[in-house]
Each structure stands twice: as C-alpha cells, then as structure tokens.
Design a protein around this ligand. Structure first.
Ligand code: IVH
Length: 681
C-alpha cells in the first residue's frame, strides 16, 4: 500500500512538472488548464493525507503557502558582479579593441538581450533546486527560495541527464508586460468600486515591471508571489564541472535540463555581427512581452574569459550596451490644465499623436510653470518626447530648427492665472512649484475629491457610492457638499442614468448607516488638510467633541502630541471658515457623530500620551483590535514594528520569537495584557 502511494505521488509530480515545462518553458501546452488543476488537486490531496511522502521537489510548492518572516542573508559562492555600460557603437568597438590588444583575435561573441528585472542566483544540487538568492550587494543576498519555487518556468527538479552534481545558474526574474498591465487594471477596477480617486489609484498601482518584480519577490507570503505571474530567463552558468567549455554551448545544454533560455540569444563572429544584433533589437524590442534596456555582449569561450579576467567590479569579457531612451518628435498642439483634488494645477501637453515604444502618445506631463519656462516651449513647436522607465512620457526639449515666425510671434506660453474649473484666482505659495486653486469648497474637482474622500472606506465607508456616482450627483446639481448627501431622496436618485431601484436603496442605506460611524473617523472624513487617520484619532480623543476642537486655539492644539504649527494653523483656519461651519452644523443636525460615544468617553484618557506600542500575539481578555483601540483612546500610538523609539511591546501568547529577540536587543520593555490594563485603569 505505502509503496503504491509513494509511486502515485511520484508519478503525479512527474506529470505535473512535465506539463509545467510544456506550458511555461516551451509555451506549448498539451493539456487544458482544467485537467492540470485536477492533477494538482489530486497530488495535494495525497500529500495532505500522507505527509511522509511529501517530496522536497514537489510541484505543489508552486502554489505557495510558505511564509517567510525575515529573509536569510546568504553569501554567494561566486560574487554577483555587474557589467560596465556602453552607450554607442564607438564604445562598443573600443571594447572589441581592448580584447584584441590583449591578444585574442579569434573570439566569438554571444549577444543576449538585457532583461530589466531582478537578478537571481539558483543553486542546484543533484538536480534539485536547493537555493535561490538575490543579488543583494553582490557578496551576500537574500534567500528567496520559497518564493522562487512559485515561478513556474524555473525547474524545481531538472530534466534529462548530463547536468553537474552541483552548479549555479543565474538569470533575470521579470514581470511580463501583460501581467503588469493585468495587475494594474485589477487594482484600478477594485479601487474604482471602492470609490478611490484617480490620484489614489495612481499612487497604489505598480510603477513599472522592474519595481513590481522586486516588490513581489520580497513578499512574505509565497502565495502572493504565486498569484503574480513572474517569469525568468537564465543567462549564466557557473560550476566546477560544466559539460562544455563555452557559454553559448552550456546554455544550450541547460535548455535540455528544463531551463528557460531565451531564443533571442545569438552567437556572432565579429563586432559587426554584434552591431547588426543591436540594430535589429533596438526596434524589435517593443514587441517583446518583457522589458529590455539593452544588450549584453559576452566573449563565448571560457578559455578566453579566463584569460581576460575581471576588474574589481565587472568581467573584462562582457559588456552591456544600453539602448537609448526612445525618443520621437511631434508637435505641441495645446496645453491644458488639470485641477487635482487638492487644488494643485498640473499643466499637460496635448501632442499630435505619435508612436513611441509601442504605444500612441498624445499627452505628456509638463509638471509646472517653471518647467515650461525653462523649456521655453511654445504652442506649435516641434518637441522631443522621451519615454523612460515610467509610464507617462516627458518633453525633453524643443526642436528650435522647426520654429517658424508664426510660432515665434505667438510668444512664450502664458500660464493661466485663474482656475480652469471655477475661475478662482490661482495662488502660488513661496517656494512651491505648483499653482493652487484656493476655492476648496466651490471648485468642482476639489469638491468631488472631498466627497470621494468622505465616502471612502477608511472614512465614512459609504460603499455603493463610487466616484462615478459622486460625479453624477454633483454634475446634476443634487449635491454641492458632503452635507447634501443626507437630504438625498430616492426619487432624485432614480432620475440619474443607470440608477436602478436596488442601487438607489443601497445608496440610501449606506448613507443612513454612516451616521453610526464614530467621531474619530468623521473627523478624518470631513477632510481638513493634513489631517490623516492617526491625527484625527488623536484629536478626537483629546478634545472629545467637534465643538471643543473648533474652539481650541493654536496653543491648545500644540499640546496634543505630534501636532505641529502647520497642522494647528490649518485646523484653526478650517473652523473659522463660514462654509465649513455651516456644513458641520448641518451634518450634526442630520445625526452624524460629532463627539465620542459614552463608552469612548468613559475610557478616554491621556494616560498613554507620547507612548508608542507594538501589540503582538494573542490575548485572553480582549481582542488585539480592542487592545489597539484602548491604546488610542488613552492617548497612545500603535506602530507596526519595534524600534529604539518604541515605548512598550505588549506581548500576548504566541508572539513571534523574532520580535521578542528584537525587543530584548533594543531594551524595549515587554509587558503583559494585565500589566497594560493596570496602566490605564
Ligand atoms: S550577465 C558577470 N546577461 O544586468 C555577468 N546580465 O549589470 C553578469 N542582466 O546584474 C550578468 N540581462 O541583472 C547578464 N542577458 C543578461 C542580462 C543581465 C539582464 C542584468 C543582471 C545584471 C546586470 C548587469
């Protein structure tokens, strides 16, 4: 029986790895996803029932589940060097000349694309992936083995024969462009549903595939890594007993062991061949599903490599050629000005549409008035547009040879002086780059922004009210400020486009429910500039009601921990404003919470003023959330990780040993639940 199970597990593992290889390395699947999932489920079932047969190279590890608290630092057996860069043909020919001068004239080059991701070093022992370590500082890197095992194109067990007992193989882990776009679209979809603003969405989205890869590899939960479909190209083998004496030929062998080696690697016999390769890929690289920023050129023969050796930082037998940032020229047709939800004005260039790096570019950021002045750009000018690693292209310079007398006559760009949305006179504070529209309570995007913030999850949490609904309500004149939400009627809502009975009911129920939201969150929701969640909590527990807060002067505000001059002044200004006073008066009348609840009042104190706590583990009398709340109610602050500044570590059962160690090392007192309760009672 047991032998049978063991064989079954082995057979399933083998099958699954075979299909993985077909799918992710050869891009040639032979079964459907559904069939694959069924096999995998079967394997996982067996492994759960018979854990004694769980193999260290089981394909079930690819779904993740291992949680790494802190990545172990491991020393590289061979340091991970970088490459020196060249930026043009001449520098590349210099590289070839240096090799010739060293006496090597019959060499071959291997050209590879330079993939823009995170480099990784994989160690295989007897055909099994033993270790995956990041580059780190080149000497030591982080052990990310569990996370790397979720990358389907990296073999956990090797195929075929002829691989050395022990070797390292290095390559680049990357996030395919398609996956990058998919994740960003998913983030957008969810955040739109939750009512976040465009600014928030932009903030939260992945910035570029390389950052996204690095961030993903550092996730503590390998499941999260498995969900983001990273990929990996291998480009360098190291070891004592490799089968061949040259780079290209070893990598070709490695393909047979199951590694994903790029099919775009080419062997050429001269620098002319290298240049041909560069020209070809300079254009073609946009078509690839992986970001590349250049080409790596390596001398093929190991004997030659050994002879050429290394400088302190990089091998003399290899060099990187960096592609120029892609640039095109096009015409600046006009400049429009966007008003953000904070009132900041951003000038945007409207360009004659042009193809750049595989996408059509119509707009480019101009940042602020200073940048426009510095570029001396005029409407009608031909401008150079460049796309770096980031998503939004920028204008680099003006092509003055194309400026004619008509453009010249148009004169420099006159920056707007009034808000394009509400006509208010713009202001620009000393030392700030941006112009602002000061009309906080009347300027449409600012008002809509304030409302989006008001209904958002961490504020009043009126789900079912997204930014689209807010725009509809505002544009149709139904709401002008946050107080108007509470007088909305069902018949008004039903007049809106795409608003059905059910959504209208949901909306109204959500608004009604928001009247129960506690004072500290209301204070955050009403959107006083610079008042985040934490400050709002502090203020709520210190002043206990909006009236007390509204009557406070700067000195009284400064007495609250962490409140500085700037915030104190903003608060005083906010409550001096007639419109704000009126809105708060109305909200109060409708039943929104503007003071601490009785329970909160009873518990509130300043006993923990200026104290910071790290709460960890499981407690017996209160839940962790309740304890955190008690800390805040008593004027203390919760922080996530222990530092020298932490006042106390509040330890429950099963607190992580790493945390304990750290607290002891830094001399932070560790207190129990009972000691804590004594502190505040
Ligand atoms: S070879 C000693 N090949 O570029 C040889 N590197 O500055 C070391 N990279 O850290 C690397 N694609 O992250 C090599 N085909 C390729 C590459 C490549 C990307 C990255 C790698 C390395 C950096 C070199």
């Amino acid at each position: 029986m047991s032998e049978e199970i063991k064989n079954k597990i082995e057979e399933l593992s083998k099958k699954l790895e075979e299909h993985n290889y077909n799918y992710y390395v050869l891009a040639n699947p032979t079964i459907s996803d559904l069939e694959f999932d069924k096999l995998l489920e079967e394997l996982i079932r067996y492994e759960k029932e018979y854990p004694q047969y769980l193999r260290s190279d089981s394909p079930s590890q690819r779904v993740g589940g291992t949680v790494t608290k802190e990545f172990k630092s491991l020393k590289h057996k061979y340091p991970m060097l970088s490459l020196s860069n060249t930026y043009n043909e001449e520098e590349l020919r210099d590289f070839d000349d240096r090799i010739r001068k060293a006496g090597i004239t019959d060499h071959e080059y291997v050209c590879e694309l330079k993939y823009d991701g995170v480099s990784i070093s994989l160690t295989y022992l007897k055909g099994e992936l033993a270790q995956a370590v990041t580059r780190g500082d080149g000497e030591k890197g982080d052990d990310v083995t569990a996370n790397v095992k979720t990358i389907k194109s990296i073999p956990i067990r090797l195929r075929g024969t002829g691989y050395p007992d022990e070797f390292e193989i290095r390559g680049e882990i990357f996030m395919p462009k398609k996956e990058f776009l998919r994740i960003n679209a998913a983030i957008r979809k969810q955040m739109v549903e939750e009512g976040y603003t465009e600014e928030d969405i932009f903030e939260r989205q992945l910035k570029n595939p390389r950052n996204a890869t690095a961030g993903t590899l550092k996730q503590q939960d390998s499941k999260a890594v498995a969900e983001r479909k990273l990929d990996c190209y291998l480009y360098n083998i190291l070891g004592e007993s490799l089968p061949k004496n040259s780079h290209f030929e070893n990598l070709t062998e490695a393909k047979n062991w199951g590694f994903k080696v790029s099919a775009d690697m080419e062997k050429v016999s001269s620098v002319e061949g290298v240049i041909k390769y560069l020209d070809k890929w300079d254009k073609k690289r946009n078509q690839l599903d992986v970001e590349t920023d250049g080409v790596v050129i390596k001398v093929n023969s190991f004997e030659h490599q050994k002879f050429l050796g290394f400088t302190a930082k990089s091998p003399r037998w290899a060099i990187a050629y960096k592609f120029k940032a892609q640039q095109v020229s096009t015409i600046l047709e006009s400049i429009s000005y966007q008003v953000g939800r904070t009132g900041a004005i951003t000038p945007v260039a409207n360009l004659k549409p042009v193809q750049l790096a595989g996408t059509t570019v119509k707009r480019a950021s101009l940042h602020n008035a200073d940048i426009i002045e510095k570029l001396d750009v005029r409407i009608g000018d031909t401008v150079f547009v460049e796309k770096g690693g980031e998503i939004i292209p920028k204008i680099i310079a003006v092509d003055l040879t194309k400026r004619d007398m008509f453009i010249e006559a148009g004169g420099p760009v006159k920056y707007i002086t009034t808000c394009p949305e509400c006509n208010a006179e713009l202001v620009r504070n000393e030392g700030e780059a941006n112009h602002y529209c000061p009309n906080e309570s009347g300027c449409p995007p600012q008002v809509k922004g304030k409302m989006e913030h008001y209904v958002s999850r961490k504020a009043m949490n009126i789900d079912s009210m997204g930014s689209e609904t807010i725009a509809q309500l505002f544009d149709s004149g139904l709401i002008r400020n946050i107080a108007d939400l509470y007088v909305l009627k069902k018949e008004d809502l039903l007049k809106l486009e795409r608003m059905a009975e059910k959504s209208a009911n949901n909306l109204l129920a959500g608004i009604e429910e928001s009247k129960k939201v506690p004072f500290e969150r209301v204070l955050f929701a009403i959107g006083i500039r610079h008042i985040g969640e934490t400050t709002a909590k502090k203020l709520a527990y210190s002043f206990k009601s909006i009236d007390a807060l509204a009557n406070a002067n700067v000195e009284q505000l400064l007495e609250v921990g962490d409140i500085g001059e700037r915030i104190a002044n903003t608060i005083v200004e906010f409550f001096a404003d007639e419109t704000n006073k009126e809105i708060i008066q109305r909200l109060k009348m409708y039943g929104v919470q503007f003071e601490l609840s009785e329970e909160q009042m009873v518990n509130a104190s300043e006993k923990l003023k200026d104290k910071t706590f790290v709460v960890s583990g499981v407690f017996t009398q209160f839940s962790r959330d309740e304890i955190k709340k008690m800390i805040e109610q008593n004027g203390g602050k919760n922080v996530g990780s222990i530092s020298g500044k932490t006042s106390y570590v509040l330890a429950g059962e099963n607190m992580g040993p790493e945390k304990l160690k750290k607290a002891e090392k830094l001399g932070v007192p560790i207190i129990s639940e009972n000691e804590f309760i004594n502190m505040i009672s």
